[in-house]
Design a protein around this ligand. Structure first.
Ligand code: AMP
Ligand code: MG
Length: 500
């Protein structure tokens, strides 16, 4: 079955609680990711073609515990919207165990929505079908885009109702992660003054995620730098994809640098840097353009936890941590510039490239241009013939006195082409590079909602079609043109809701 090799349960017992999934009434397999199963080296007889679906449903629904599983709920704390909660923990997620994948990487297999745990507080430990499908769609879309994220191995319906504002169908999501250690995992120990525990956890994550750092003079400072570096990279990728995570609490930020917790997340349709979708983010704390600042704030919380390990002298430890935070800003800026330079087709860099990108974004904002389509169509605008479709995406709204957004962006194209010329690539090469960087399709909110609405009535055909389309985001796929189009005014989704 699974070749489990569980390292987290070898850590001190105070890091987790042992807990069994609670059996469900009628588990039914909704979706199974056979490619990922192969990557995880799950055995072909149980998980390969022709596998017994009922048995898969029983395992992934939590009714049958596979051999070698050592189910636990992990302890963690976290800042939720800036407020510190000393104990959160897996309230509805149970880690079955870890496997080693084809690349020799250790991966967690977790059931989300598998029943109550000692960390459930007042929650029921369950998940509803809608959020499970949303997480399935978006995590696999991320994988296809090539942005680090947890993966979806399966979705199972439970045959039971869960009660939110209204009764909903229950489901379990099977999540695969490089690990589930979060900034909040460190905060859990720090809040208890458990410096020994912090050191054990830091050594564990260095071993698991950053083994090269072991030989550094100060591996803990190197760890902080490395986590900051991966987060800076990750957020730059999010911005490049027009993605808004929605709940960047410190318990939803991994140490591995994978995106985790696709709750009220959404991709932008028309570009608006202050965009917020999440119904619970009334202040706009996690708005599109706030994400790098929040990531830095979260890294500062991690730094606080690691202070005792950074230097015996507290002042020096603080100084070292501040250095990392300052570096974060610089690293993010560099990652952002690389990301967007590539999006506009540059292979090299030049003074003023940042302004060039900002000029386009400003026109997109005023012109209410679709984020994804604008970049995709820009690839065709390397030659004059492709220009019209790109320009059509911009409204005639005035940008500044007497100049419309469309006119402004037409002007922008002139400067951009001059810059491309200096960059020196052939038009066709440029176009190919841009198409490989700018997806034609993203998991648009209104399509996710449509898939969920149909699934709630037992029809999974649209969910299947959408997940299939999202497997090849950089290809044109004319058969999925409808899924690439932005929402019409009445299709627009204004709010997204958390999975809880
Ligand atoms: P999330 O918003 O999914 O990141 O969850 C925040 C915290 O609430 C975590 O500690 C979760 O385990 C917990 N939680 C969320 N939903 C439930 C639920 N239905 N039952 C129990 N705990 C939950
Ligand atoms: Mg979470």
């Amino acid at each position: 079955m699974f070749h489990f090799d569980n390292s987290y349960t070898r850590l001190p017992e105070r890091f987790y609680a042992s807990v069994y999934p609670e059996a469900v009434e009628g588990p039914k397999l909704l979706k199974f990711n056979a490619d990922l199963a192969r990557e995880l080296q799950l055995d072909a007889e149980s998980f390969g073609p022709g596998a017994d679906e009922n048995r898969l449903a029983a395992i992934f629904g939590g009714n049958v515990l596979p051999a070698g599983a050592e189910p636990i709920a992990m302890a963690y704390a976290g800042h939720q919207f800036g407020n510190f909660v000393p104990q959160l923990g897996d309230g509805r997620a149970i880690l079955l165990g870890e496997v080693i994948d084809v690349n020799g990487k250790r991966r967690d297999i977790q059931l989300k929505g598998a029943g109550p745990t000692p960390f459930s507080r007042r929650g029921d430990g369950r998940a509803a079908l809608g959020p499970v499908l949303r997480e399935y769609i978006v995590s696999e879309a991320f994988a296809a885009l090539g942005i680090p994220a947890t993966r979806a191995l399966a979705a199972v319906s439970t045959g039971e109702a869960v009660y939110r504002e209204t009764p909903q169908q229950g489901a379990v999501f099977v999540r695969v992660a490089a690990s589930h250690v979060r900034i909040g995992t460190f905060q859990f120990l720090a809040a208890r003054g458990d410096t020994d525990g912090i050191k054990v956890l830091a050594d564990y994550v260095i071993d698991r995620h950053y083994p090269d750092l072991k030989t550094q003079d100060n591996p803990y400072l190197a760890l902080l730098q490395a986590v900051a570096g991966r987060q800076a990279q990750l957020v730059a990728r999010w911005l490049g994809a027009g993605f808004i995570h929605g709940v960047m609490n410190t318990d939803n930020m991994t140490i591995s640098g994978e995106t985790i917790d696709f709750g009220p997340c959404a991709f932008l349709d028309e570009y608006d840097p202050m965009k917020v979708f999440s119904s619970i983010d009334a202040q706009g704390r996690y708005a599109y353009r706030n994400q790098p600042g929040i990531a830095q704030w979260n890294i500062a919380r991690l730094a606080e936890c690691l202070l005792p390990l950074l230097d015996a002298d507290e002042e020096k430890a603080v100084e070292a941590a501040n250095g990392v935070l300052k570096e974060f800003g610089e690293r993010f800026q560099a990652a952002w510039l690389t990301e967007f330079s590539q999006k506009i087709g540059l292979s090299g860099s030049e003074e003023g490239d940042g302004d060039l990108v900002q000029g386009l974004l400003a026109a997109m904002h005023k012109g209410e241009a679709d984020f994804t389509l604008s970049f995709r169509r820009l690839a065709d605008a390397v030659t004059a013939e492709g220009e019209a479709a790109f320009l059509d995406g911009f409204s005639e709204a005035p940008l500044e006195a007497g100049v419309t957004a469309r006119a402004a962006v037409a002007e922008w194209l002139v400067g951009w082409r001059q810059r491309l010329e200096r960059d020196g690539r052939e038009a066709e090469e440029q176009r190919t590079a841009m198409r490989a960087k700018n997806p034609a399709i993203i998991a648009r909110n209104h399509r996710i909602e449509e898939a969920i609405a149909a699934a709630n009535y037992g029809d999974f055909s649209f969910f299947e079609r959408l997940t299939t389309a999202l497997e090849k985001p950089y290809e044109d796929q004319p058969e999925f043109a409808d899924l690439m189009a932005p929402p019409t005014v009445d299709q627009r989704v204004l709010r997204t809701f958390c999975g809880t």
